[in-house]
Design a binder for this molecule. Structure first.
Ligand code: PHE
Length: 488
């Protein structure tokens, strides 16, 4: 074993001068020896110095001459006593040896050329080139003149060895103890744990990536937002119906039937079942009336409201349809009780898909229903909600929704992007929406909505919504994503 050989040698010798020679003498490869040296050095059992040594080694041509003789000698030996024609000799030797050998042999005056006949001029010759090459191959030193000559003939070339010289290190031992990696039951039973050396923990070691399930960023952020709502005393609304009637999605929200959002370019309508069968008749009447003639201090829209239009089924375009159902239910109670509701679920819009838009996404919605609420309450609850999300600088811009008055778009200053980004929409539900339901007159509803995808993309630094959600979702992004903690 390489380690025993090194430590054994150093016990009775000061130095291993050249690791290459040593490797050859003990019959191990230099790479193997080098690994052992590095480990021994790491534990200060040996000291090592890097050394470089220039050596002359034979080229392929040089090797063939060392084995078969130099071309000139091959040339000489191939000539029979009676001589041979050039052409025959060339066939015998091959063109290359013939060319090189004939020149050198002629120069040495070993051979003669009589017209076409080649004859020997001396009885025997010594192959000095072959001898020299063999000596160099064996590591012997030869005169500079010889080296230069062979180098010029491209028979040898310089090779730089990198190796080590070794001496004992401060912690030298003849046989090193193998550090234990674990304390076992056997160690305790035998009692030899007292004498064991334990391997230190390598806290920088790279570990195998673990193959486990990964939380999708949208689920992470959804959970965080859900927790914020719960901490603020909100109850979750049941949003488990993607299919909705136009009545609950639009009409009950005082959204006129000619409104562009109700166009099939913006809304997905269902073919089967195309219409809804059940609507609360009393309430439908009141909604029809408020659209046509107003009431509750409103002039209404003054158009002919059509039930057909209200019965059309669609994929809900906002979760405000659910909020509306919940408020209607609340209005049916004998005694009014204030409520805080929230939902986070999917909505659908017939939109062109691009970097920031998908035809389906998740909407976060919150609402508070209570007596005497004001715009100040809405501002306050929005400040509270968004600051828990880590967005404490807010600005509001007047906006329009058919079902809220006043309405405000919500902007938050993004420190990373260094700009104001739109984060949501909000408002106070109109009396035209709330009073036909039968809610008491002094009850107001403040509400807001935003997408789940927007804050997730900002938090995770994702700039293409298609990487996050939908059929082209980038699984690598999901794997790499750290768990985000909202609200700091
Ligand atoms: N429904 C609105 C939207 O889809 C969001 C909203 C909810 C606005 C509640 C005001 C009040 O953008």
């Amino acid at each position: 074993m390489a380690e025993d050989a090194i430590l054994g040698f150093l016990q009775s010798n000061d130095e291993i001068a050249d690791s290459h020679e040593f490797a050859a003498s003990v019959g191990v490869g230099h790479t193997e020896l080098e690994n052992v040296i590095k480990s021994l050095k790491g534990f200060e059992i040996v000291d090592s110095k890097e050394i470089t040594k220039d050596r002359w080694v034979l080229t392929d041509e040089g090797k063939s001459y060392a084995a078969n003789g130099s071309p000139e000698v091959q040339f000489f030996l191939a000539i029979p006593p009676e001589g041979i024609s050039r052409a025959d000799l060339k066939v015998k030797l091959g063109a290359e040896i013939f060319e090189i050998g004939s020149k050198a042999a002629a120069k040495n005056k070993w051979v003669g050329f009589d017209k076409d006949l080649v004859t020997k001029k001396v009885g025997s010759v010594k192959d000095e080139t072959k001898d020299l090459l063999k000596r160099i191959d064996g590591g012997e030193a030869v005169a500079d003149k010889v080296i230069n000559d062979l180098k010029r003939r491209k028979l040898i070339t310089k090779y730089t060895w990198r190796g080590y010289s070794l001496r004992k290190g401060p912690k030298y031992v003849l046989k090193r103890k193998k550090a234990a990696t674990d304390l076992t039951r056997e160690h305790l039973q035998r009692g030899d744990w007292k004498d064991l050396e334990f391997k230190e923990y390598n806290l920088d070691a790279q570990v195998q990536p673990i193959q486990i399930g990964y939380m999708h960023p949208l689920l992470e952020v959804r959970e965080a937002i859900q927790n914020i709502f719960l901490q603020m005393g909100f109850e979750e609304m049941p949003t488990n119906n993607f299919v909705e009637s136009s009545f609950w999605n639009f009409d009950a929200l005082f959204q006129p039937q000619q409104h562009p959002a109700r166009d099939s370019h913006d809304t997905f309508f269902l073919k089967v079942p195309a219409t809804t069968r059940q609507l609360p008749e009393d309430y439908v009447d009141k909604v029809k009336r408020v659209h046509e003639f107003g009431g509750y201090g409103s002039k209404g829209y003054g158009y002919d409201w059509k039930r057909d239009e209200a019965e059309k089924n669609l994929l809900r375009t906002h979760t405000t349809a659910v909020s509306t159902r919940m408020l209607y239910k609340l209005a049916q109670q004998q005694l009014f009780s204030p409520k805080r509701y929230y939902s986070i679920d999917r909505v659908f819009r017939n939109e062109a898909v691009d970097r920031t838009h998908l035809a389906e996404f998740h909407q976060i919605e919150g609402l508070i229903c209570d007596r005497g609420l004001t715009l100040g309450d809405l501002l306050g609850v929005l400040e509270d909600f968004f600051s828990r999300l880590g967005m404490s600088k807010l600005r509001f811009k007047p906006a329009y929704n058919p079902y809220t008055e006043p309405s405000m778009e919500i902007f938050s200053y993004h420190d990373g992007l260094k700009k104001w980004v739109e984060v949501g929409n909000s408002g106070m539900f109109r009396p035209e929406m709330l009073l036909p339901m039968g809610l008491p007159e002094d009850v107001n509803v403040i509400a807001w909505g935003l997408s789940l995808e927007r804050p997730t993309m900002i938090l995770y630094g994702i700039d293409n919504i298609r990487d996050l959600f939908g059929p082209k979702v980038d699984f690598e992004i999901i794997k790499r994503s750290p768990m985000c903690r909202l609200g700091l």
